[in-house]
Design a protein. Structure first.
Length: 119
């Protein structure tokens, strides 16, 4: 079994998903479960913190593609933070920066959500 964990925590109206280890076809269902629970709980503003993620496969990338639409349809979004260069390069190669916002730090992503909520 691959070394992987998902931790979901709240920061006001924004929820943070901390990823650790290796996100691949075997571990992607854990991340899907986290997104399903957030949607069930009507929590649509999500920052994914990649600080401790070492590897992501196409199956892992597919999870984000599957869940961004329901988040955006409910006035939310998925933003990425704390990504290591080797992981970012995979996202960049596939054009993700055109679809998602990337932040160096989790607090910057949270601030962006809070700024968008202001009238």
């Amino acid at each position: 079994m691959a070394d992987f964990s998902v931790n979901v925590r709240g920061s006001g109206s924004v929820n943070i998903i901390d990823l650790k280890g290796y996100l691949d076809a075997h571990t992607a269902p854990e991340l899907e479960n986290a997104f399903n629970k957030l949607i069930k709980d009507s929590k649509f503003k999500v920052v994914v913190n990649f600080d401790e993620l070492k590897y992501i496969s196409s199956a892992g990338l597919g999870v984000f593609m599957a869940y961004v639409e329901p988040m955006r349809e409910n006035s939310g979004d998925i933003k990425f933070s704390n990504m290591k260069e080797n992981v970012y390069n995979i996202f960049d190669l596939l054009g993700f920066p055109m679809l998602y916002e990337f932040f160096k730090d989790e607090s910057e992503a949270i601030e962006k959500f809070n700024a968008q909520a202001q009238p």
